[in-house]
Design a protein around this ligand. Sequence first.
Ligand code: SF4
Length: 363
Amino acid sequence: MSSECPKRILNGPCGGGSEGYCEVDGRVCPWVKLFKSSKGHLPKAFTEIILDRGFKIRNYKPQKRTPLSSLMSKIANGKLVLTYEVETGKGKDINSILTLVKELKEYFDAFNFTDNPIGVIECDPLPIAYTVMRELNVDVIPQITCKDRNRAALTSYILSVIALGIRNIIVTTGDWPHLGGSRYVKPVFDLDSVRLVYLVRLVSDLGVDFSGRRLNTKGKIVHVGVAVNPHFKPLELELLKLKKKIKAGAEFAQTQPVYSYEQGERFIKALKEYKINIPIILTLTPINTEMVRLLEEKLKIPLPSTYKSVLRKCTSWEDTLNYNLEYFTKLVSELTSLDISGFHIITFGNIVLAREIAKHVKG
Ligand code: SF4
């Protein structure tokens, strides 16, 4: 299977495929093909963690851990949490990031820092997240993907996260790096998200790396989050993959953006049907009319027709802001009735919007 997949994934389809087609070469994703042809007799690759020969410790089964970060403690106590996504930028001054987080820190429980989203090159999230944590005393969640680093570099990154006292991380397989604009960037994909989750747990729980070499990290907890796409087709395949991530040691999941109560409700119902139990943080991303195409065509995120049509009628920045304020404050009020652990808010640096949505969540 991995030989047919450009990202050499061993554990089910990546989030980059859309409606069964590969984001890299447009062919039918072999994972989707295999899934459709094997209904009722799913091969192990859909249900068991598949590790390659480089993993010398293969029988470790990560267990539930006592929450250590402030974010995970709040989730464990049943509090609805709010996280905010910070773009690390193309070299903007760290002070502008600090100013943004300072403005929002009383409203949000943790701040995510992206790792070259859609292959677009930005600052490394780790030093930025660390600086924000140290300067402002907030909980942070740097992201890490498999696209630019091999397993040695990924291990080094995990070690640094632990050494710096950061207590949460989000791991994903990552987008194909050419999407960011240059075909000369070498895609790495030495691991996939499931193997990376497992690697984090090996390092954090047992104090060993993929090859079983001893490290000084045994019992030093870093909580692992993952991504999940409520719009993936077929959704069953995405849920099978989420189950594998949980088996590998994932402790919370953040979704792709949702835009209606129905989208959120359908997804939460499906999780229950598949007996999946992991704290779910729903992502909300207010956009402007220019972003409609990106979301619908590239990311395959369905937008409700009323939302799109009102956005198109907005003639100024203020109109768009006001409409998004009205739309998302209503939406969060509805979505809080679902069995979720919180919301992840992306406003691309818009402080007013972020604050108002947060105020509605916190009441
Ligand atoms: S969509 Fe993802 S998993 Fe499927 S073949 Fe393409 S890169 Fe591999």
